[in-house]
Design a protein around this ligand. Structure first.
Ligand code: GLN
Length: 482
């Protein structure tokens, strides 16, 4: 039995609430009723914010009654990945090491959504510290795919993807370091987008790999993804890597179509390693674009084949540095070895051993090794050179093409345990999504029907920096062809 729903859309909710046709509290209760009925099977949330959400929704209705416009997300129920700081509300990264920690501030995106009238349903499950592709690395147990409860929802933002898919929230927020928004969006059959690096403020996003991390939307429709991204994007002085421009208008040009658009199918990411049913659905996406007037050709971007190797050095290197702060002194968990409460180094070692799960420990060790004296250039330096090569090859591909097309993930949703024995098989999930993170470019996953097992497939559209409006337009054409 599938627990997936296809709406309601955020655009329709916000319109109804702003015009007084619908009340935000009713919209929220409908979503909370689905949470009560199905959260036990799906486990999308680490925490459901029932009372806070009711207060937010009531405040939105009060504003409308008083003649004020609550904003473009008026009364829209939103699910927040639990690596986004929420003031006074537990934020765990699905890790034991942060258990009990309450951030003293909220992420910029959380503030912006709240100011636009959003209602936060809860904090969603993820792979611990966003490291994984299935949510099986969560310290609190995995989330389940609403289309088939025996399958994973993808990851690391699997809880947000599942929450939107199951109708627990109209929109979801995730973070994408190597594919963590796009891959779960593909596996759950919803839209997911990673914006250009720097378009959305990372302030208050708990860092995994700072040169790759970006926050982005999950939605039922391309229009809804554009709506949420418009609210979240735009310069933030609290993030030094934030692009100093206002949020771009994205919805106005959504319907402009793709006539004359030059679309390149990346050869290296379309054949070997991609399941045949997934590859067929990517062809469907290309045909939909062609039927709408786009010009389709294949393009070789050979360095994308080395994306995985570069990523699995750069991301662990940055994580080993970012996660050094969890020392038992400043946040959450502290473990004092029995009979030894005077040696701080032993306390730190015991805290980190007890607080981090196996995948996080693996990444910290890999990263520490890659950065160590004598190996730094052979591993980290080499990975950075590959990253530069990928950026250069994308630049030449974008001289001949406006956007690029690939599958989002190599397969449909897989069964629990299918890829946990060997980390490499799990890492291979990210082969198509990682190149955009390394380049800092935007990419979107849009549903393109189902595979042989009846489970969702996503197609990925990639574009150069700040081409969000363009890739959203292309995604919209594919969405309408479906
Ligand atoms: N699956 C990838 C990893 O494990 C990407 C994770 C992410 O984007 N946060 O690192």
């Amino acid at each position: 039995m599938s627990l997936a729903v296809s709406g309601p859309t955020a655009s329709a909710i916000a319109h109804g609430v702003r015009t007084g046709e619908r009340r935000a509290v009713e919209v929220l209760e409908e979503h909370l009723a689905r949470v009560s009925a199905h959260e036990g099977d799906i486990h999308a949330f680490n925490l459901v914010l029932t009372e806070q959400a009711r207060a937010q929704a009531a405040a939105v209705d009060d504003a409308v009654a008083a003649g004020h416009d609550p904003g473009p997300l008026a009364g829209v129920p939103i699910a927040l990945k639990d690596n986004l700081c929420t003031r006074g509300i537990p934020t765990t990264c699905s890790s034991k090491i942060l258990e009990g920690w309450r951030p003293p501030y909220s992420a910029t995106v959380v503030e912006r959504m709240a100011a636009a009238g959003a209602v936060f349903v809860g904090k969603t499950n993820l792979d611990e510290f966003a490291m994984g592709s299935s949510t099986e690395n969560s310290a609190f147990g995995p989330s389940h795919n609403p289309h088939d409860l025996t399958r994973v929802p993808g990851g690391s933002s699997g809880g947000s993807a599942a929450a939107v898919t199951a109708g627990f929230a109209a929109l979801g927020v995730g973070s994408d370091t190597g594919g963590s928004i796009r891959q779960p969006a593909a596996l759950c059959g919803v839209v997911g987008m990673k914006p250009t690096y720097g378009l959305v403020s990372r302030y208050g996003l708990i860092a995994f790999a700072s040169s790759l991390d970006q926050i982005g939307p999950f939605a039922h429709t391309v229009e809804d993804a554009a709506l949420l991204l418009e609210v979240m994007a735009g310069h933030d002085p609290l993030d030094s890597t934030s692009i100093p421009s206002p949020s771009p208008g994205l919805r106005a040009s959504l319907g402009q179509g793709v006539k004359g658009l030059r679309v390149g199918i990346i050869e290296e990411l379309s054949g070997e390693g991609i399941a045949a049913d997934v590859a067929r659905r990517t062809v469907f996406a290309a045909e939909a674009l062609a039927a709408a007037g786009a010009k389709i050709d294949t393009v070789s971007v050979p360095a994308t084949r080395f994306g995985l190797s570069a990523y699995y050095l750069i991301a662990p290197a940055e994580c080993s540095s970012n996660l050094a702060r969890y020392d038992g002194v400043r946040y959450g968990l502290r473990v004092t070895p029995e009979g030894n409460d005077t040696n701080i180094a032993d306390m730190m070692a015991a805290t980190r051993a007890a607080g981090f799960g196996p995948e996080v420990r693996r990444r910290i060790m890999l990263g520490t090794y890659a950065l160590s004296a004598g190996y730094y250039d052979a591993y980290y330096g080499q990975a950075q050179r590959l990253r530069t090569l990928i950026i250069a090859q994308f630049a030449s591909a974008y001289e001949r093409f406006d956007v690029l097309l690939t599958p989002t993930a190599p397969t449909t949703a897989f069964a629990f345990g299918a890829k946990t024995a060997d980390p490499m098989t799990m890492y291979l999930n990210d082969v198509c999504t990682i190149p955009s993170n390394l380049a800092g470019h935007p990419a979107i996953s849009v549903p393109v029907g189902v595979g042989d097992d009846g489970l969702p497939v996503g197609a990925q559209i990639l574009g150069p920096a700040l081409s969000e409006a363009l890739i959203l337009r292309a995604a919209r054409v594919i969405e309408q062809a479906l």
